[in-house]
Design a protein around this ligand. Structure first.
Ligand SMILES: [Zn+2]
Length: 312
């Protein structure tokens, strides 16, 4: 039987802030947390930050069987929620009720598929879908090397091997998760009509995940591209158009917004939580989250970018 304890993880990586560089372009809307002078004072002293624990990566996949073991519960985090922020006076109505924050890992084939369900009204993460993904076209030897190199560095290669399933199965389980009844009625997806999501949109950091990687993996796994991957919101483009500042990556957005990045960078579930923190700040500052990229319905390979001003 697989042990549920992750190998002793390396100490948590708390990203250090470099000094704040002032752009020549002044933001139209100043990020709310940019107003103090001291970097240290700007890091929110919240319960989440001060009591940070690594995620139980069995729990995130619905597979933790140690929920009544207090040692295990004390050692690992069993919630995907993020701290609420109190400054909400700039909030505006959104086109979407939910955002699906997605941040894939794996350059050759997808290795991790984490999705956080962010509720626009309550401004927090209300559900998670997380799976480790076993490559379909890679030798066992190559998989072992690949996983040791990538997840071994975080001390989570064991849980990867214990839980990873092939992409096709991940997508089947993801669709069951999307079909779940939420708040006594709504489903994020029913598969009816054109197969798009109901009141929800994917949010990614960049276009790579949905423009490039998912279609590539579908080809490798000999699957049709699911219809809900036809459009998405690239947070970098929202950030650029809202603050009128270029931030080329998740860490630079976090640095500029004075949000402390938590967890291990390039562990997909931790990166997704950090992207959800950026999303939360954008919403709190008053940004409107709109679709930034769409595939053509007759030629899915052609992606149209809807914002003129965007990160290329
Ligand atoms: Zn657990």
């Amino acid at each position: 039987m697989a042990t549920l304890l992750r190998r002793a993880p390396p100490p948590p990586v708390f990203f250090q802030f470099s000094s704040f560089s002032t752009s020549i372009i002044q933001p139209k809307f100043k990020p709310s947390s940019m107003q103090c002078n001291s970097v240290v004072d700007e890091i929110p002293r919240t319960g989440e930050n001060s009591s940070w624990k690594p995620m139980c990566l069995y729990y995130t996949q619905g597979k933790c069987s140690k929920m009544d073991d207090s040692l295990h519960i004390n050692k690992f985090c069993h919630s995907c929620s993020i701290d609420r922020i109190s400054e909400l006076k700039n909030l505006r109505p959104q086109e979407f009720d939910y955002f699906l924050v997605l941040d894939l890992e794996g350059k050759v084939e997808i290795l991790e598929f984490p999705v956080l369900l962010f509720h626009a009204k309550t401004m927090t993460v209300v559900d998670v879908f997380h799976r480790f993904v076993r490559p379909t076209k890679m030798s066992e030897k190559r998989i072992n090397e690949y996983i040791e190199g990538k997840y071994g560095a975080f001390g989570v290669d064991r849980v990867w091997h214990d839980t990873a399933i092939e992409f096709q199965e991940v997508i089947e389980q993801f669709e069951s998760w999307l079909r779940k009844e939420r708040n006594g009625g709504g489903r994020l997806w029913t598969g009816e009509g054109d197969g798009s999501l109901n009141g929800a949109a994917f949010v990614t950091c960049g276009n790579w995940d949905l423009k490039t990687k998912v279609p590539q993996q579908c080809e490798v796994s000999r699957m049709k591209l699911p219809p809900y991957f036809m459009e998405w919101i690239n947070l970098k483009d929202i950030y650029l158009n809202f603050y009128n500042r270029r931030a080329p990556g998740m860490l630079s957005m976090m640095r500029e917004l004075r949000i402390r990045a938590l967890g291990s960078h390039h562990l997909g579930i931790d990166d997704s939580k950090n992207i959800a923190r950026v999303l939360q700040h954008l919403l709190a500052d008053g940004a409107l989250l709109q679709i930034t990229a769409k595939r053509g319905s007759s030629s899915p390979d052609a992606v149209r970018f809807l914002f003129q001003n965007r990160i290329k």
